[in-house]
Design a protein around this ligand. Structure first.
Ligand SMILES: Nc1ncnc2c1ncn2[C@@H]1O[C@H](COP(=O)(O)OP(=O)(O)OP(=O)(O)O)[C@@H](O)[C@H]1O
Ligand SMILES: [Mg+2]
Length: 315
């Protein structure tokens, strides 16, 4: 999600979500007849900055930590809450949209607002900025998951195809040493798979593996070709180059092994983790190479929930 989209999403949500969906409902309250000294435990131990004062179910005031400190400094801790609380309390209605709460927080700079039932005026909750943020994050996460599931179900490409056998082939040329175009193949393939309704988790694995293969062609060779074959059962990606080849495949596969030159490392590559990442992402992986002739890497990811396992004839 880019920043612009995220903001619009939040703006949309603060109009949609109601105060009563994020407020805290088990509110700690005091009676106007409590002594100020009795607030100590609440304010200190529970670390709350203000407590609603309630008579029956009706909110009659709010007593804050400032009121408490002032009272303490005057040595009047035997005062009643009634005499020290503020009475004109800004409240929110439980059925108001969050945007109202956000406005009040902006305008007043208070830490919390009591929430009142519009029906009977009773205190039903308290809302803080933290509650708003938690509520928003939760909704964004839920929406995101639903969107992912929805996208997959709604438009799974292969559902609309009637054939005994279907294979879609996507071919990409990869130019060696050209970092300005590096990453094009993997991001292009990713977009295509997304359009086809391939599950996002599968796409992520394919995209990472393809990116690493693409980068190896860019870094170590003068160019090559990446081919993706998509069937209803699996996605297969083949990366072929006619570069220098890999003398010791077993060694190249080891995490951290890299022959990347300094100028490549300066660009942030060459950790020696590419092949390791590919192996992690793929259900199967085959790497073969002949020095002086080139390298061929083939990976596959199963579409129908196949269990991931390592394989590979690493010559
Ligand atoms: N297509 C290729 N042609 C020639 N050598 C390769 C090729 N792919 C990988 N290698 C060799 O295998 C080594 C390990 O590759 P790997 O992708 O794991 O790490 P890296 O590319 O060096 O670093 P990173 O991928 O973390 O940026 C490389 O340093 C290189 O020596
Ligand atoms: Mg690499």
């Amino acid at each position: 999600m880019d920043a612009e989209k995220a903001i619009t999403k939040v703006q949309e949500l603060v109009y949609e979500i109601k105060v009563n969906q994020v407020m805290v409902t088990d509110v700690i309250t005091v009676s106007p007849h409590n002594l100020m000294s009795e607030l100590r435990v609440l304010l200190h131990d529970k670390r709350i900055s203000g407590v609603p004062v309630v008579e029956g179910t009706t909110l009659v005031g709010l007593v804050s930590i400032e009121d408490f400190v002032k009272c303490l400094s005057e040595g009047k801790m035997n005062n009643l809450v009634r005499d020290r609380m503020s009475r004109d309390v800004i409240t929110l209605y439980d059925d108001e949209p969050l945007v109202r709460a956000v406005q009040e927080f902006d305008r007043r700079g208070y830490g919390r607002f009591p929430v009142i039932s519009r029906e009977n005026g009773a205190l039903v909750g308290v809302i803080t900025k933290g509650d708003i943020i938690r509520g928003l994050l939760k909704r964004i996460e839920i929406d995101y998951h639903e969107e992912e599931i929805h996208r997959y179900r709604a438009s799974y490409f292969f559902e609309d195809i009637i054939a005994d056998k279907t294979t879609l082939i996507f071919q990409y040329k990869v130019t060696g040493k050209d970092f300005s175009r590096a990453g094009r193949t993997s991001s292009g393939l990713k977009k295509t798979l997304r359009r086809m309704g391939i599950p996002p988790k599968i796409i992520r694995r394919i995209a990472i593996a393809t990116y690493e293969a693409e980068m190896n062609i860019v870094v170590f060779t003068d160019g090559g070709e990446i081919t993706a074959q998509v069937t209803p059962r699996e996605i297969r990606v083949e990366a072929v180059d006619s570069g220098p080849g890999i003398p010791d495949i077993k060694k190249a596969m080891e995490p951290g092994f890299s022959t990347a030159p300094d100028w490549v490392r300066d660009l942030g590559f060459g950790a020696g983790m590419g092949l390791t990442n590919i192996r992690k992402c793929a259900d199967t992986m085959h790497l073969e190479s002949t020095v002086g002739k080139g390298t061929r890497l083939e990976i596959a990811v199963q579409l129908n929930g196949a269990v991931k396992h390592d394989s590979g004839d690493h010559h």
